[in-house]
Design a protein around this ligand. Sequence first.
Ligand code: SAM
Length: 274
Amino acid sequence: MMAQRFKKKYGQNFLKDRDGVLYRIAEIAGVTAEDHILEIGPGAGALTEILLEKAKSVTAVEIDTDLERGLRERFRNNPRFTLVMGDFLKTDLREILEEKGLSGRKIKVVANIPYYITSPILQKLIDFRALIDCVFVMVQKEVGERICAKRGKARGILTLAVEYYGEAAGHFIIGKECFTPVPKVDSALISICFYEKTSLPALIPEAVFFHYIHAAFAGKRKTLVNNLAGLGFEKKTLAEILRETGIAENERAENVSLAEYTALISRLEALKKT
Ligand code: SAM
């Protein structure tokens, strides 16, 4: 493919198989002959080809119509490959999978996603988590650090938004030299494996949970007490409840775990009812 064909507006940085990076992704994703894979943005099909070697089927959603011919040509003899042309953010995932007879099955998502829409893609995958077992995606290294951070500045609403629904893990860093054209930043392979509804670690309704999380992170330099006071609680009461929950009085939102938030929010909700 000629260099001028890469489209920046679609976040096109294609993977070269440097040091077997494509195989490493498929291996970490644990792709087996039982797996139905969804790939977002197959590009020229480098990762798709490896996935097709191992998986039962690969369904790929690509927005760039200029790539359609090449992809159809490359995999023309493979009945286990389905190409869906369109914007992933606008596709009805349930319909696509139902058409393939995959409704109710748990698919795996394996993809080098376009970074300009990382958050909306992750949000959509979270929304459709009932259909998905695990997601293995390459993201910008810093975004990967944010998603997987257990403590510290990198931890934020995005981290909790993922932790609420699944277990996130970082696997390896992929240097920018592994892509064509070479981007400005390195990448990381991360995974999110969704919990079954019944085993969600935070058993607080999501609207309530995120109402508190958004408040907790409202002022970046403020302590948790000061941020939560924005919800109308007295600072003295908040400090007391924090202490009882095992959280330091002057703690910041970024250093609080999901389990601690769950305990804290339960206490605050109970307090509202008294
Ligand atoms: N998977 C290929 C690889 O690893 O070499 C290409 C990855 S490239 C980072 C991102 C791909 O996503 C491109 O093929 C781009 O055209 C496609 N893409 C961008 N926006 C998209 C969207 N909204 N829906 C579906 N595909 C999209």
